[in-house]
Design a protein around this ligand. Structure first.
Ligand SMILES: CC(C)(COP(=O)(O)OP(=O)(O)OC[C@H]1O[C@@H](n2cnc3c(N)ncnc32)[C@H](O)[C@@H]1OP(=O)(O)O)[C@@H](O)C(=O)NCCC(=O)NCCS
Length: 166
């Protein structure tokens, strides 16, 4: 299976909104059903603080990952959060691994970040497996953190720490 990783632009608005229209994609994140393209257009237009990457198979967008560095907070400049989703049809094929590898490479070698952080639902086995594979560790549990399909569910906070390059 082959795909490419590239930066998302506003021209990808419809494709990204469609990706997040997948129940398994929005249920695993904090996105809502029936995503509005205008919401995604606004997010994709904000290029100063977020690095939004896409995995593509030909013209098809098959995965999305975003790194959110804290560029405006000197005391949090060593850290960034991230979020990602792969639609059901493409899950389990290595797309998430390729996207996270690209995000981690950027964070480590180009932004020089010491801490990558995220939240993940405690029952999201695929995401937990993926993040642990890249060295993320569970730091704590946030109880009743978010509403998901009618129930308040718990999340883990996870982080991956590394020495900043000298
Ligand atoms: C979590 C998600 C991004 C993983 O992407 P993916 O393309 O399916 O992942 P990959 O195929 O690259 O698999 C990566 C690793 O995840 C783990 N994994 C994948 N599917 C799994 C499953 N069903 N059960 C347990 N572990 C699983 C494995 O450790 C796997 O590594 P391995 O193949 O080397 O063993 C994807 O499933 C997804 O988008 N889910 C819905 C949205 C979501 O949950 N986003 C994350 C929010 S925190």
């Amino acid at each position: 299976m082959s795909w490419t990783i590239r930066r998302a632009t506003v021209d990808d608005t419809d494709a990204v909104a469609q990706l997040y229209d997948d129940p398994s994609a929005y249920a695993g994140t904090l996105q809502l059903p029936y995503p509005l393209p205008s919401t995604w257009r606004e997010r994709l237009a904000q290029t100063d603080n977020t690095v939004h990457l896409l995995a593509c198979s030909g013209d098809e967008v098959i995965g999305s990952a975003a790194l959110h560095p804290n560029l405006r907070s000197p005391r949090r400049a060593h850290a960034a959060s991230l979020g990602m989703a792969v639609p059901a049809a493409w899950q389990g094929k290595g797309v998430g691994t390729a996207l996270l590898a690209a995000i981690v490479e950027l964070a480590d070698n180009w932004y020089g970040l010491a801490r990558l952080e995220l939240t993940v639902y405690t029952d999201n086995a695929a995401a937990l497996g993926l993040y642990k594979k890249f060295g993320f560790e569970i730091e704590g549990t946030l109880r009743s953190y978010a509403l998901r399909a009618g129930a308040l569910v718990d999340t883990f906070t996870m982080a991956r720490l590394r020495e900043r390059p000298r």
